[in-house]
Design a protein around this ligand. Sequence first.
Ligand SMILES: Nc1ncnc2c1ncn2[C@@H]1O[C@H](COP(=O)(O)OP(=O)(O)OP(=O)(O)O)[C@@H](O)[C@H]1O
Ligand SMILES: CC(C)(CO)[C@@H](O)C(=O)[O-]
Ligand code: BAL
Length: 292
Amino acid sequence: MSVPIVRTVSELRKVVAGWRWDGAKVGVVPTMGALHRGHLSLVETALARSDRVIVTLFVNPKQFNSAADLAAYPRTENEDAAKLAPTGAHLLYVPDAEEIYPEGFATTVSVAGVSEGLCGAYRPGHFDGVATVVAKLFLQTGADVAFFGEKDFQQLHVVRRMAKDLDIPVEIVGCATVREADGLALSSRNTRLSAAERTIAPRLAAILFDAAGKLSAGGAARQVIEAAKAAIVEAGFHDVEYLELRGNDDLKPLERADKPARLLVAAWLGAVRLIDNVEVVSALPSGHLLPP
Ligand SMILES: Nc1ncnc2c1ncn2[C@@H]1O[C@H](COP(=O)(O)OP(=O)(O)OP(=O)(O)O)[C@@H](O)[C@H]1O
Ligand SMILES: CC(C)(CO)[C@@H](O)C(=O)[O-]
Ligand code: BAL
């Protein structure tokens, strides 16, 4: 069975009002389309945790800080609808740009703190664009619960902060990163890798997991990270934008994994920017002091 598609807020609200009348818990999975198993895993989790699931598909121009990246972003609505059909998702919301940003639109939602550094430092305006569109999608769908991938870990934090600060009554659920068998995190942008680059790409995850292991064993961030950055360049990536150890719950910089931590990376392979992150489970008791 195909998934019904709506394209306007008024159609969307009518459907959701009917569901609410029946007392349904409504989940939303925001996406930019070009769906892969990562997205489908969010839909599966959403179906398990809500009664009705809306998938949104909108390639949000405001979060692209490069015109070339926006132009190259895959647009595959028919294939996406076909992939969603067997999942049991209840509605696909595909607004056009006018529906989200009508003439005269002048509001930006900007989240300080967690938006700064990491991807925020290299994609100016990106998280303003994400926070603005996600706030709109929450308000348009009126969802009770929303599902985001940990692959975009900083985005997950930005969205959590935004919903809390704006008193939007939506629960934010983070979902584990889905990977290829060789470890590469699934991403729509992987389709832009050449065959040769695709063989190099999984090295990023391998080096990241190796460094996380060393950090969880008590290694100092600076040394472990410098060695891992060199290994990433050695593997064939040409620009490591960041490789940083941050608090898992607050994204604040850490010198050691002496509390729940995340190791996050962004690096370029040819013309493709890949990001990844991994939880660092510390073997150290909190506050444990190691020799420098
Ligand atoms: N490999 C993955 N595992 C789990 N969730 C994912 C994965 N890839 C993307 N997601 C999540 O799917 C949602 C929509 O992401 P998006 O449409 O940007 O896809 P994407 O593959 O991340 O594309 P790109 O990184 O090229 O923009 C986000 O919450 C994102 O974190
Ligand atoms: C959350 C999102 C759909 C907002 O455009 C996008 O940033 C994405 O796909 O991760
Ligand atoms: N997956 C996050 C959306 C973006 O890269 O623009």
